[in-house]
Ligand binder design. Structure first.
Ligand code: F6P
Length: 330
């Protein structure tokens, strides 16, 4: 079937680079002779027929902007059969031949349901958590890492001056990608992630003590939100060794800001391939990165795929800590 008009939406937690992906979808669609309609506020917007016509200028100057011009939401109504039927009615009313859905796993589960009702959907992975099973990379991850690193570098300055311990909580409800990458990049004293069981005494207290013996006077503990509360970890450090850590929860600041070069580039490529997937008759797929290339995978297959945090990185982070202690003593 020749696609004449497609819809594009962003759903779930926003991520820097979503706008770049929307722009790429619109501009690629126009270059292929298709029209593009923006659906606002994710799947809920499709239910409510909340839409905006997108032309080339509607996506001008958004490449460098964080957030999403289409707004985003999490929709309970779309979980119901009735809600999805209304979404199909909107697609018919607007004459949409397919939808590009930009978001994470939750967004793609919605995409699968809609595709089962006969509306072709192509998904583009975007979440700062990088926790979508079928793809090595999700739009927004690099920018969020850079934001967290920038904040922690600033924290380190003041921790160093006051010879303090900092406990920083980064986002990642179920995944430790952000915490581990950031922990490596800031040279953290300890990193706690949901994928790796830990013991406060062994993995935090003893590391601070070893670091102190090696001559360090300030300590940086990075905690993924899904591994525990930074406030609690701070309390436990105080109880165990008497030092009073300063706790910082970076929170939603990590979801904002101008996307990095990597996120702009990958979002543009993914947006392009999403429209090409439609043009080539591969509706009902998810765009993914595989060893640097962009591929499209059937939605069902993609949703069944699992991604594991490369624990090699955890070992590398530990080797950096151990190495720093040994070299200081020698
Ligand atoms: O975007 C994913 C994520 O950042 C998680 O790491 C976090 O737990 C969640 O979003 C919080 O999102 P919200 O506050 O929008 O529900």
């Amino acid at each position: 079937m020749t696609m004449k008009r497609i819809g594009v939406l962003t759903s779930g937690g926003d991520a820097p680079g979503m706008n770049a992906a929307v722009r790429a979808v619109v501009r690629t669609a126009l270059s292929c002779g298709m029209e593009c309609i923006g659906i606002r506020r994710g799947w809920q917007g499709l239910i409510n027929a909340d839409f905006v016509k997108l032309d080339s200028s509607s996506v001008g100057h958004i490449l460098s902007r964080g957030g999403t011009i289409l707004y985003t939401a999490r929709s309970d109504d779309f979980m119901t059969e009735k809600g999805r039927e209304r979404a199909v009615m909107t697609c018919k009313m607007l004459g949409l031949d397919g939808i590009v859905a930009i978001g994470g796993d939750g967004t793609f589960r919605g995409a699968l349901e809609l595709s089962r009702l006969g509306i072709p959907v192509v998904g583009i992975p975007a979440t700062i958590d990088n926790d979508v099973g079928c793809t090595n990379y999700t739009i927004g991850f690099d920018s969020a890492c850079n934001t967290a690193i920038d904040c922690i570098d600033k924290l380190r300055d003041t921790m160093q001056s006051h010879e303090r311990c900092s406990v920083v909580e980064v986002m990642g409800r179920n995944a430790g990608f952000l915490a581990l990458y950031v922990g490596i990049a800031v040279g953290a004293t300890a990193v706690l992630i949901p994928e790796q069981e830990f013991d406060i005494q062994k993995n935090v207290i003893e590391r601070i003590q070893a670091s102190r013996l090696a001559g360090n006077t300030h300590f940086m503990i990075v905690v993924a939100e899904g591994a525990g509360s930074a406030v609690e970890i701070g309390k436990q450090i105080k109880e165990a060794i008497g030092i009073e850590p300063r706790v910082t929860v970076l929170g939603h600041i990590q979801r904002g800001g101008s996307p990095s070069a990597r996120d702009r580039e990958i979002a543009t490529r993914m947006g392009y391939y999403a429209v090409k997937a439609f043009a080539e008759g591969h509706g009902n797929s998810i765009i993914a990165t595989k060893e640097g290339d962009i591929v499209d995978l059937p939605i069902e297959e993609a949703l069944a795929m699992k991604k594991h945090l490369q624990m090699e990185r955890y070992k590398i982070m530990e080797a950096m800590q151990l190495g720093s202690q040994i070299s200081s003593r020698d």
